[in-house]
Design a protein around this ligand. Structure first.
Ligand code: ZN
Length: 314
């Protein structure tokens, strides 16, 4: 069994784009450095979208440039269109993530395109990349694959058809994203099984939000089906502007804790990650954070019992 798992940090993109605080570039660089020192080797550092839409992510080019100085770190950026992809290729991002919504309503709201128009965009991005001989990897993230706040149910057949369509259009790998936190473990098993039958090992990543507390349960199911790459956000920050009440991604530290305890190798040092979480919580005072492991810490023997405080716990 392959016990090596990649936990891709998306807090700097998915997390920071959804909160009011604009983190200065110097602190983002500190974040990237600390995540790298903790062992993270794939980080989505930002997004190439117009700065007037997402001023939080206006410094993405500088962050890619910095991330590229750290040996072995895969610098990933989100790009919603050809223009963004051209910038990402120009600055030499290692990987681009193109969000495609399986929900037509979310697609219209999020990228102002139909899914079919997004497939044409993916093909254009692939052609642009190949034309300049770039090695930037092209990944398509299938948003709202498990349901949508605007549209409600998203037919599984649509999700599978769009995954296949994205690969046919030139994406090298695809992922399934529960953008708004609707997924439950049964649904995750059903859709991942179906998607794996359809596109096999080119389905490489799962992206879960913890809106309803099921991100870890959903992670476990995808892991069980052979997925070995997960998006997560340190301190569980994040949300979605088109998903009212959406909370952040699965917390990186919780995912790493679970995987490590189960004997998987993430290459990430949990103590270092928890120290980074504490730092991030200070930087983002007043913002809603998520995650669980930071409260009680890693289980250890040797806790002292206070004899004056009997608990009568079962
Ligand atoms: Zn997300």
């Amino acid at each position: 069994m392959n016990t090596s798992v990649v936990v891709r940090e998306v807090g700097l993109r998915d997390g920071l784009q959804s909160i009011a605080t604009v983190l200065p570039t110097a602190l983002k660089i500190e974040w990237i450095n600390a995540a790298y020192a903790a062992g993270q080797r794939e980080i989505e550092v930002g997004s190439f979208v117009p700065a007037k839409l997402l001023p939080q992510l206006a410094d993405t080019a500088a962050l890619v440039a910095h991330a590229k100085t750290l040996p072995g770190l895969i610098a990933s950026v989100l790009v919603p269109n050809l223009k963004g992809a051209e910038r990402a290729i120009e600055v030499g991002a290692h990987s681009i993530l193109i969000p495609m919504s399986a929900s037509r309503a979310h697609s219209a709201a999020n990228v102002r395109k139909t899914p079919e128009e997004m497939l044409a965009t993916i093909a254009a991005i692939r052609a642009a990349r190949d034309a300049v001989g770039s090695k930037t990897r092209i990944e398509v993230g299938m948003s709202t694959a498990f349901g949508c706040t605007l549209q409600g149910d998203v037919p599984e057949a649509d999700v599978i058809a769009f995954l296949q369509g994205a690969l046919d259009a030139g994406a090298e790998c695809v992922s399934l994203a529960d953008t708004v936190g609707y997924a439950d473990p049964g649904q995750v098993r059903r859709l991942f099984e179906r998607a794996l039958r359809a596109v096999g090992e080119r389905l490489t990543c799962a992206h879960f939000h913890d809106t309803r507390g099921l991100a870890l349960a959903n992670t476990l199911i995808a892991l069980d089906l052979g997925i070995r790459r997960f998006d997560a956000s340190t301190a569980g920050i994040g949300g979605c502007p088109h998903a009212p009440g959406a909370s952040g991604n699965a917390a990186t530290e919780d995912v790493v804790f679970m995987l490590t305890r189960m004997g998987y190798d993430t290459g990430i040092n949990l103590d270092a990650l928890l120290a980074l979480r504490k730092q991030i919580a200070e930087w983002l005072t007043g913002e809603q954070l998520g995650g669980a492991i930071w409260r009680a810490g890693v289980p250890s023997a040797g806790a002292r019992v206070d004899p004056s405080m009997p608990s009568f716990s079962p």
